[in-house]
Design a protein around this ligand. Structure first.
Ligand SMILES: Cc1cc2nc3c(=O)[nH]c(=O)nc-3n(C[C@H](O)[C@H](O)[C@H](O)COP(=O)(O)OP(=O)(O)OC[C@H]3O[C@@H](n4cnc5c(N)ncnc54)[C@H](O)[C@@H]3O)c2cc1C
Length: 212
């Protein structure tokens, strides 16, 4: 029996690794449309902030590792565009067809910008994948924006606000006062004020508790 997994981050790689533990002989293929698998999206705000220097630092294991050590055929740049369950096959953007007997779809969630007019503009970003973080990081580096607005005040929004705002206590940052004058200011728009207040308090508490 062959297993095909679509999506190569937390859910997809866990499924593939678990299947390998259950059956050492099972042919397993993981298809990931992005350039990397097995990365910690939780670290994306730290990448924006610069505390994590390189995207590679967020990657747990490479496709080579999975191929060599786990005998899992992990393919990146492999976007699945169609599934034909009667034929038990998936179709890649390249036109390649891959047969399966069992299929796991682990393609994650999506940032919903459908109700926000103008969300497709080049200076508007969503943050979900490593690619998203890279695009936003390049924009911050090249354009040096002075203000940012974060829409969504859940954990991710607040963490991103925290990452963008240069608000470290002076003792942690050389020249903090000088830099503050050119600082990007960050505003969190919130739909649920109480939730946002709680979230801001968590950020504030985290700072008081030692920045991490
Ligand atoms: C900024 C940020 C911070 C976070 N912080 C935390 C935290 O602190 N703690 C915590 O528990 N969780 C955190 N999360 C959430 C956590 O990262 C997610 O719950 C987890 O990544 C979900 O894993 P997943 O495999 O289901 O989906 P995803 O991570 O979304 O992976 C899905 C993969 O499927 C691929 N894919 C999609 N469509 C196709 C296709 N057609 N063909 C091939 N591949 C496809 C995508 O490219 C993607 O790589 C955070 C998430 C973000 C974005």
């Amino acid at each position: 029996m062959a297993l095909v997994v679509v999506g190569g981050v937390a859910a997809g790689m866990s499924a593939a690794a678990r299947a390998r533990r259950l059956d050492p002989q099972l042919p397993i293929v993981v298809l990931e449309k992005g350039p990397a698998v097995s990365y910690g999206a939780c670290g994306l705000p730290y990448l924006l902030e610069g505390r994590v220097r390189e995207p590679a630092d967020l990657i747990g294991h490479t496709p080579e590792y999975f191929r060599k050590e786990r005998k899992i055929d992990v393919r990146t740049g492999a976007r699945v565009t169609a599934i034909s369950h009667p034929r038990r096959e998936v179709v890649l953007e390249s036109g390649e067809r891959i047969k399966y007997e069992r299929l796991v779809i682990a393609t994650g969630a999506r940032c919903d910008t459908s109700t926000i007019a103008g969300a497709g503009q080049p200076h508007v970003f969503t943050l979900h994948t490593l690619d998203d973080a890279e695009r936003l990081r390049a924009f911050l580096r090249d354009r040096e924006p002075r203000r940012a607005v974060v829409i969504g005040a859940g954990y991710i929004g607040v963490e991103v606000a925290d990452a963008l705002a240069p608000q470290r206590p002076a003792r942690h940052r050389a020249g903090a006062r000088r830099r503050r004058s050119a600082a990007r200011r960050c505003r969190v728009f919130r739909r649920r004020p109480q939730h946002a207040r709680d979230a801001r308090r968590r950020v504030a508490l985290r700072r008081e508790g030692g920045d991490d």
